[in-house]
Design a protein around this ligand. Structure first.
Ligand code: NDP
Length: 306
């Protein structure tokens, strides 16, 4: 394609959408790429309680509001993944569907993808009782028993969401303490439908007739194995940055997260990163939107000066 864009934004989660809003309002020519539904993790989150001014907003509603904002500003969105970035004074984006877009600056806001447990029985039972999205699949477990693995904010919040449907939710953690926020922990402790198994790790997904019937757990202390019957398993054990497509650019640290300075600049001029994909101490919607705004504003100055 011959057209030259000012900014290409990769990823339409809260960071990418905010960057698009700021860049467009600064008068830049913007193209945004998304390989799934706009909103990123928002669309997999039932309710958000810490978005200032709008407690209890649904994740899907907030995603639609943010995406609607970019549409109102006529941001061009291309629904395809990005395969590669070719660096140079003018940069090129190569999409999964084989197109090439030329741009002066790039903001990478591709977020993270959920980690799998990597245990026997997991892979073949995805969609048959193993799910990474309570909001998408929770309603299938009406009156059933489900197990949530992990003790971070995602595990705690999604466990609470699942109590609407399931008759029992068992949370399995490998230490004896949770990682998630204290306020959510307390709600979980107080919930009559939630049981907690501490100091156990999942070792096998058990299935019969092509559906999950339980999970085998191992005690961290005694190594003893226990089979816990259940109908569904929701692993929420952290996430990995979606940066495979930039591994040759040397902008990531060893674990895949992108290193940026306080201007959201990577070590390559004209390439910025924002949101969950960067090295940072707090991954939240508010910090992602903040990163997106900073990245867009800094890219604006870079484009005007280059
Ligand atoms: P976290 O990394 O915060 O938590 C992962 C959990 O999974 C931990 O309890 C960890 O145990 C456990 N775990 C990791 N690997 C394994 C394994 N192989 N087997 C068993 N358990 C395992 O991930 P989250 O996805 O919950 O959150 C990611 C980020 O997003 C965090 O910064 C979180 O605060 C943020 N977030 C914020 C929300 C909000 O504020 N509303 C909502 C959701 C996420 P251990 O503690 O022992 O390491």
């Amino acid at each position: 394609m011959d057209k030259l864009y000012d900014i290409a934004i990769i990823g339409a989660g809260p960071a990418g959408l905010t960057a698009a809003i700021y860049a467009k309002r600064a008068g830049l020519d913007v193209v945004m790429f998304e390989n799934s539904a706009p909103g990123g993790k928002l669309v997999k989150t039932f309710e958000i309680d810490n978005w200032p001014g709008n407690p209890h907003v649904s994740g899907v509603d907030l995603a639609l509001q943010m995406f609607g904002h970019t549409e109102e500003l006529q941001v061009q969105t291309e629904f395809t993944g990005v395969r590669e970035i070719l660096d140079g004074h003018l940069k090129k984006i190569v999409t999964e569907d084989g197109r090439i877009f030329k741009t002066r600056a790039i903001i990478i806001a591709t977020g993270t993808i959920e980690n799998q447990m990597n245990i026997p029985g997991e892979e073949q039972n995805i969609g048959r009782g193993v799910s990474f999205c309570a909001v998408c699949d929770g309603a299938f477990y009406k009156g059933k028993e489900v197990v949530v693995i992990g003790g971070g904010n995602s595990a705690l919040e999604e466990s609470l969401y699942l109590t609407q449907f399931a008759k029992k939710v068992t949370i399995v953690i490998r230490r004896d303490v949770f990682r998630g926020d204290a306020s959510v922990q307390q709600t979980v402790f107080d919930h009559p439908k939630i049981e907690i198994i501490r100091k156990h790790i999942p070792v096998e997904v058990l299935s019969a007739d092509k559906k999950v019937i339980g999970i085998r757990l191992q005690s961290v202390d005694t190594k003893e194995l226990t089979d816990l019957p259940c109908d569904g398993i929701f692993p929420y054990i952290g996430a990995t940055p979606s940066t495979g497509f930039v591994k040759d650019l040397n902008i990531c640290q060893e674990d895949g997260y992108i290193r940026v300075n306080d201007k959201m600049e990577t070590c390559i001029k004209g390439i910025y990163a924002a949101g969950d994909v960067i090295v940072k101490p707090l991954r939240q919607i508010v910090t992602a939107t903040s990163d997106g705004a900073v990245a867009a504003q800094m890219a604006f100055h870079y484009i005007k000066e280059s």
